[in-house]
Design a protein around this ligand. Structure first.
Ligand SMILES: [Zn+2]
Length: 133
């Protein structure tokens, strides 16, 4: 039984105590049990918020772990990034080191137009427009 279920069970018990106290016509007891029910209800809401936050944090951790794993897939060689283990039907590099190191985005470099290779280098990043020899 989860904590939320336990809190609901205790809220049910408090409700029965509340009904009994009303039959006993003891105002002080009824008010105390009423306060207890309100407190239980508040705790149930707080706990639900904690559960939701916990789920969000788990999702965030998973996303970050995936980002780290994706980063580990690449190797830096001769000033450019390449996939560590080539994957069939996927670009394997070279990838733009500026975009990769700056934002963690993997951008395949394009071949430079032949007339510009001498001036600007062999590759150009279609995203940040940086050129590489
Ligand atoms: Zn770039």
């Amino acid at each position: 039984m989860g904590i939320l279920d336990e809190l609901s069970a205790w809220a049910g018990r408090a409700k029965r105590l509340y009904d009994v106290s009303k039959d006993l016509k003891n105002v002080e007891l009824t008010e105390s049990i009423s306060d207890l029910r309100i407190a239980l209800s508040d705790w149930k809401i707080k706990f639900a918020e904690i559960v939701e936050e916990n789920l969000e944090l788990k999702a965030e951790i998973k996303e970050l772990e995936e980002q780290i794993a994706a980063t580990d897939e690449f190797v830096f060689r001769d000033g450019l990034y390449y996939r560590g283990k080539p994957v069939q039907d996927k670009p394997n590099g070279p990838f733009c080191p500026h975009c990769f190191e700056d934002r963690g985005t993997v951008i395949s470099l394009s071949n430079q137009m032949p007339d510009f290779i001498e001036i600007a280098g062999r590759f150009v990043c279609p995203k940040c427009k940086a050129t590489f020899a």
